[in-house]
Structures are given as C-alpha cells and as structure tokens.
Ligand binder design. Structure first.
Ligand code: ADP
Length: 424
C-alpha cells in the first residue's frame, strides 16, 4: 500500500513532466524545433521533424545561384527555381534528367570526373549552360559530395557569370579606347616636339655664329647675353629630345622579344663614349629576359647616365651593375657612389619632370626615370631604388626571366640602333 506522501510526490512529478511535454509541443507547433533528442534504453535518439527543412528550402529557392542535388550517375533529384530560370526549362523536366544534358557535349567527361572524384569539393571554373531554347550562358560550378542515410549525393551550386563577363567586356572596350587615345596623344606630342626643334636649331646656330664670328664686336655684357641664349637653347633642345624619346618609346607587342641582358649591357657601355671611359663594373650573369630591346636599352642608358652624373664634384664615379634571379623574375641592379636620395624623394623621382636636391649642379630634364618606369611597366616589370643621402644609390629594374634561350634572339633589335639582325 502506497503512503499518501508518496502519492503526492508522484502526482507532483507527473505534473512537472506534463508541463515540460506541453512546452515542447508548443515549441514544435511554433516551428521553433528542428529535431528532438530522447533518451531511452538504446541511448540517445534524434528525431528530425517533418517540415524542419522548410527554412532551408526557402533559402535555396531565394538564392541568386542555381542549386542542384545529384546522385552519382548525374541524375537530378532536386533543382531550385533559379536553375529552372537559368536553363529556361520547367522544373518537372529538370527533375529526373541527367545534369550533363545542360552542358556542351565536350564537357561530359569533365562533369563525370567531378562526380567520381574522391575530393569532398570540386569545381568547374567556367563552362556554358545550355538553355532549352538553344541559348547558352557562362556559369561556374561548385560541387560538394554528401552522404545521407548511407547514400552518396552531390550538391551543385551554379553561378551565372553573364554579368561579370559583360562588365569585363565593357572594361576591355574602355581600355582599348584609352590605349588608342593614348597612342594618338603620343603621336601628337612627338610631332609637336619634332617641329619645335627646327626653329630652335636656327636660334642655336645663329647664336653660335654671333659668338664665333662677331664676338669681338660685343661688350662683355652683350657676350654674356649671347652665351645665355646659347645655353638656354641647348637646355631646351635636351628637353625636346627627352620628350621625343618619352613619346616614341617603342612598346609595340609585336616587337616583344627574348634577348641576353648581359650582352645588351656590355653593348651599351661600349657604344656610348661617356660610359666607356667611366668606371662601370658589370658582373651580370648571362640571362635571358623578355621585353622591348630598344626601350630597355634606353632604360639602362638612363640609369647608367644618372649613376655617373649625380656624383659630388671631385669624386670619381664608381658604378656596379649586376643581376639577380628570383622566382621567375630577373632584377638588374645599378649601384653608384653618388649623392644619394632622401627617403621622401625616392618615389617621386619616377614622376614626370621631377628633379630633386642638387639639381642646380646637374643638367637634366626630369624625364629620364619616368621614361624608365613607363617602359619597364609596359614590359610587365617594376622599378625601384634603395638609397641614403650622401651614400650613393642602387636603382633596380625587374623583368620576366626566360629559362631557355630562343632563336628569337636573332630577330631582336639592337638596343642602341633599333635595327634588327643578330645584334650579339
Ligand atoms: P634628370 O636626370 O634629367 O634630372 P631623371 O628623371 O633621370 O631626370 O631623374 C630625376 C631626379 O632623380 C634627378 O633630377 C635626381 O634628382 C634624382 N636622381 C636620379 N638618379 C639619381 C642618382 N643615381 N643619384 C642621385 N639622384 C638621382
């Protein structure tokens, strides 16, 4: 016989369990529960509730991407409406068909390989999705293998690339127009500069004649004015020459060639008298680079010219040139014992018409390094400098390094003359 106290405790316990069960039921009704975990004789058991996947279904239907569920032979078990829109095919025709029929025939083996791979995730970067009306659009596929109740399946996310392709094409068109306009501007500045030279030559010539043949007839002051005319004309001539070099910098893709950098360096030093007499030590190893020979020749001449120019009075210039190969790139270094450059000026000296400290003592136009930068960047390379004021500078240019020698070498233009033929 149970005692009244035990009965009361049991009733209380049952009431508590009833309240807990009612609470769970109301949570299920309100959609707050996806699954139940119950403890029994066989340990814990999980029961998923029918309709619990509803939020996920809504999510997949609302996605901007197409979604498919496949079994390993490629049969489609599920497709979202976005995929139906992409493929312009009714859902009832998609479900149960093989996914490969939505792609070109030559991609079948690639698609099958995706379903055979042991990787958990795989992708197809770009292929065309064929629509029912015969049209096609570029898409990207991301696959993931899944095992559910012991059966392997695949989820496929289909991303439409049409908009991305359209904006890439629009960008390409704009860049082509810009390139064309840039070319027109370069031609324009070339012809202007070229035409400016003729009257300047006349001024230079007559100033020289006045100084040489009639110099004795001028007072000292008059002579000094004439000398100033002559030197300003010479400075203007240098400027025009630099603008001409800058604007006609030849970077025609058809002229892209492979050549030996070390041979080019030695040729440049031999060709220009001011380099030949200078203390230039070349220890570059024989290395092939891809670039525009004439433009690169101009870059190297500019760097060497600056290295022997920007040296304090009374110091003998010492220039070292060497190459370094790293990760498919080759870096050419030009080191001098010159005046050096302040850290805050090291970037801006590559800008057009920029000259910095000590310029009063050295001739120049501020165009040389900007031309080096323009040429090297057009060759897909980079330029830079390491320097300390008063401690010399190390300029570098970095280009693509080519492993094996090519017979293109014989077609490479001579860096100094621009003529083709076996320059080496
Ligand atoms: P330019 O030589 O005609 O002045 P650049 O464009 O070649 O023009 O150089 C720009 C400026 O960079 C120079 O005026 C100079 O101030 C600085 N510079 C270039 N090369 C060196 C160098 N090797 N050592 C010190 N300063 C340099």
């Amino acid at each position: 016989m149970e005692k009244p106290g035990d009965l009361r405790r049991e009733i209380l316990e049952l009431r508590l369990r009833l309240a807990e069960a009612e609470e769970t039921l109301s949570a299920i009704r309100n959609g707050e529960v996806d699954a139940l975990v119950t403890s029994g004789r066989n340990g814990e058991q999980i029961f998923t509730l029918q309709g619990a996947e509803t939020p996920y279904r809504i999510l997949i239907e609302e996605m901007n991407q197409g979604a498919l569920m496949l079994i390993p032979d490629g049969t489609i078990l599920y497709a979202n409406t976005r995929f139906a829109t992409f493929s312009k095919t009714p859902l009832e025709k998609i479900i149960g068909s093989n996914w490969r029929y939505f792609f070109p025939r030559d991609k079948y083996s690639q698609l099958e390989a995706c379903l055979k791979t042991t990787e958990r995730a795989s992708s197809v970067p770009e292929l065309n999705l064929l629509a029912m009306d015969g049209s096609f659009s570029p898409v990207q596929l991301s696959l993931r293998s899944m095992i559910s109740k012991g059966v392997t399946g695949f989820s496929v996310i289909v991303t439409d690339l049409t908009e991305r392709r359209e904006s890439e094409n629009a960008l390409r068109k704009v860049s082509d127009v810009l390139l064309e306009k840039n070319g027109e501007l370069e031609t324009f500045s070339y012809s202007i500069s070229h035409d400016l030279r003729a009257p300047l030559r006349t001024m230079q010539g007559f100033a020289a004649i006045l100084l040489e043949d009639y110099g004795s007839k001028f007072e000292t002051e008059g002579k000094s004015y004439l000398q100033r005319i002559a030197s300003s004309a010479a400075q203007l001539d240098r400027l025009i020459q630099d603008v001409l070099d800058y604007s006609r910098l030849s970077c025609n893709p058809k002229e892209l060639a492979i050549f030996d950098l070390d041979k080019m360096l030695r040729e440049i030093v031999e060709t220009y008298p001011n380099f030949r007499v200078a203390n230039i030590e070349i220890s570059a190893s024989s290395a092939q680079v891809r670039g525009y020979a004439v433009a690169l020749g101009q870059c190297i001449s500019n760097l060497l010219g600056n290295a022997i120019k920007f040296v304090p009075a009374g110091r003998v210039p010492r220039v070292k040139v060497w190459t370094e190969v790293k990760k498919g790139r080759i870096r050419l270094w030009v080191e001098d014992n010159g005046i050096g450059i302040l850290p805050e000026d090291q970037e801006k000296i590559f800008d057009i018409f920029t000259r910095v400290q000590g310029n009063g003592d050295y001739e120049g136009t501020g165009l040389g390094l900007s031309m080096v930068k323009k040429a090297v960047e057009r060759m897909g390379g980079r330029v830079g400098v390491e320097s300390e004021l008063g401690q010399g500078s190390r300029f570098w240019i970095e280009l693509d390094y080519v492993e094996s020698f090519s017979n293109l070498l014989s077609d490479c233009p001579n860096p100094c003359t621009g003529k083709t033929g076996n320059a080496h």
